[in-house]
Design a protein around this ligand. Structure first.
Ligand SMILES: Cc1cccc(C)c1Nc1c(-c2c(F)cccc2F)nc2cccc(C)n12
Length: 233
């Protein structure tokens, strides 16, 4: 049985990533608004747009705190952010959704999302993913590392220096593997399961692109930041 040890520098890396992840939380006022009294589909959509915009801002701030990210080629930094935004936001909202709020609020948030003019065909994969993340009961450090690993995916479109991204992603994967062994000793497959969620995440890019198109067809307005990160309008 191998003895799993987290080294000093891995502890330091963990602290930097976890602090960055916790420091940049979605403003509670935005999430709280969603839980207030009745809204029309239009108002629900506007609130979700505000929530999505703040999620992109939180994502950019978190990414800037990933050790080594700002030393990457600048075009590659943009390519990584644009290529991972949807996945990182699904991860973040899955975590917000699956535990952050007092009970009863999850149903209200789910109801708001379901009644915001988004068609059913996108709801099912979205909520299936939220549930599949919820059942894992990830600790904060695992969530933060998994998000950083998602952002540091070398084979995003237009990334030129993939090796430089791999060199940043590998230590995160190694640290996450050790953390899973230490946090979930009774589940030897836990690390593999987390990586399996990253594969499931990639399929959500497709649904998200479809959602954007259908919202635009119904003449829904986005914010400039959302237009920029997803090249719409
Ligand atoms: C904030 C939110 C939470 C849960 C579900 C949804 C539909 C949203 N809202 C959006 C998302 C989005 C996201 F922010 C996180 C996860 C999955 C997502 F579809 N993406 C976009 C893009 C343009 C406009 C909106 C309203 N929007």
């Amino acid at each position: 049985k191998e003895k799993v040890e987290i080294t000093k520098e891995q502890q330091a890396l963990m602290k930097v990533i976890a602090d960055a992840y916790n420091r940049h939380q979605i403003p509670q006022d935005v999430a709280k608004k969603l839980l207030q009294d009745q809204y029309s589909a239009e108002e629900n959509f506007l609130l979700l747009t505000e929530m999505a915009t703040s999620q992109v801002q939180v994502l950019v701030e978190f990414t800037k705190n990933i050790p080594g990210f700002l030393s990457l080629n600048h075009e590659d930094q943009i390519a990584l952010l644009k290529g991972s935004a949807v996945e990182a936001m699904f991860l973040r909202s899955a975590q917000v959704f699956s535990k952050k709020m007092p009970n009863g609020h999850n149903e209200v948030l789910e109801d708001r999302i379901r009644r915001s003019g988004i068609s059913e065909e996108f709801m099912t994969p979205m909520f299936n993913f939220y549930k599949s993340i919820g059942v894992l009961h990830m600790v904060q450090e695992e969530q933060a590392l998994l998000t950083a690993i998602t952002i540091l995916t070398p084979d995003r479109p237009y990334v030129k220096d993939q090796q430089a991204v791999e060199r940043l992603q590998e230590p995160m994967l190694d640290l996450l593997r050790k953390l899973c062994v230490l946090q979930h000793p009774q589940k030897p497959q836990y690390f593999a399961c987390l990586l399996g969620r990253l594969t499931e995440l990639r399929t959500l890019n497709y649904y998200h692109a479809e959602m954007l198109t259908s919202w635009r067809m119904n003449d829904h307005k986005f914010t400039p930041l959302l237009c920029e990160i997803w090249d719409v309008e």
